[in-house]
Design a protein around this ligand. Sequence first.
Ligand SMILES: [Zn+2]
Length: 122
Amino acid sequence: MSKKTVLPQQLEILRSHFKVMQQCSVCHVAFDEINIRVIEHIEGVSHLLYMDCSSCAHAIIVLVSISDIGVGIMGLLSDLSYDDVCRFKIREPMDEHALLENYNIVHKISFGKYLSVESRIK
Ligand SMILES: [Zn+2]
């Protein structure tokens, strides 16, 4: 038997007003509460949510920020799992050395042989 998630009242109110929190952006199926997980919650300031669609399996990461002047909501369509989001959330940002190192790794891999149709025919 699945455990029902109870969202904080503040999120329930926001959810009733914002479509990005009500239904999947890809297939438009309504999110069940069980598909909405709170990654981080700072009382009265922000909520970071992970919402996955039970129909098409796409996920949306939603950042809700609350201030005296209003509410800002940003949704990001993602293929990350809930565990991936939790792991990346606590990682340090990538510095320029790590960026160049990763670029060199990717640059050394020859993707052309996989992308070129002509090379597959020969
Ligand atoms: Zn969907």
